[in-house]
Design a protein around this ligand. Structure first.
Ligand code: HEC
Length: 235
């Protein structure tokens, strides 16, 4: 049976414009000057995988913006695939995963003359490649925070109340202990969640909110916002 004309034209136009949109987008340069230079030769393994290493968090943070600017339009925001391209959180955090990651990162993928993914070699640096990799492998697995959802909402609400109390003239010192307790609890929750890649430690809006809490009233607001965004997102 033929598709009614009225249906088939918009469908074809949609598929076409989708393909064009992918080909057209300009890659976004990444400033990786915060990370050590890795040289010309491509490494075989992610040099920033160790969560105790001093470059781990830098890699995650730079990789976050690099990924979301260059890869997310196909692979999904935050690494959560919408089905257009594979879910990159699932690539195992080991040498095998790295080998496959680099193969696609450097060369992209062309099938029957159609570029399904552009190669990024010569466009993004090796440092950018590993930063993005570090970000992806530390993404929490699907539903990782589900069982902590109630508690995290409660912490968020508590932080919000404290911010409001301070705005209304309360002394920040009065809340130091309570906030330190919540910071510790968020770190513990984050440490307990799993990554889909089997990387040893997840990095998430929960660990970010905990890290943001530095005792200043502004940081209570910031952490509240980070938690709110994180709790409404898929992670
Ligand atoms: C234009 C869309 C598009 C963009 C942009 C894109 N990719 Fe891809 N990527 C794909 C598609 C489609 C595949 C599946 C190719 C195949 O069939 O093997 C893929 C596959 C991959 C794979 C292999 C995954 C697996 O499980 O087999 C990796 C790794 C990868 N991409 C990394 C990246 C990174 C990192 C970026 C950003 C720097 C990126 N991609 C940008 C479309 C894209």
């Amino acid at each position: 049976m033929k598709l009614p004309l009225i249906l088939s034209i918009p469908l074809a136009a949609l598929i076409y414009s989708n393909v064009m949109a992918h080909g057209d987008v300009t890659p976004q340069a990444m400033d990786v000057s915060d990370l050590p230079a890795l040289g010309e030769e491509w490494l075989e393994e992610n040099p920033w995988r160790d969560p105790e290493g001093e470059n781990w968090l830098k890699g995650v943070r730079l990789g976050d913006s690099g990924y979301n600017q260059n890869c997310a339009r196909c692979h999904g925001l935050g690494g959560v695939s919408g089905g257009l391209a594979p879910d990159l959180r699932l690539l195992s955090a080991d040498a095998d995963g790295d080998e496959w990651y680099l193969e696609r990162f450097r060369n992209g993928m062309t099938q029957n003359g159609i570029t399904k993914m552009p190669g990024f070699e010569g466009i993004l640096t090796q440092e950018a490649a590993w930063a993005i990799r570090t970000y992806l492998e530390t993404r929490p697995a699907d539903d990782a925070f589900k069982e902590h959802d109630g508690r995290l909402h409660a912490i968020r609400d508590e932080l919000k109340k404290i911010s409001e109390a301070i705005a209304a003239g309360g002394k920040p010192e009065d809340f130091t202990e309570a906030v330190a307790g919540m910071k510790k609890e968020m770190d513990e929750i984050n440490a307990a969640v799993k990554t889909a890649s089997k990387a040893p430690r997840a990095e998430s809006s929960v660990s970010r909110a905990a890290a943001a809490l530095d005792g200043t009233p502004e940081s209570f607001n910031k952490a509240t916002e980070m938690l709110t965004i994180g709790l409404s997102a898929t992670e």
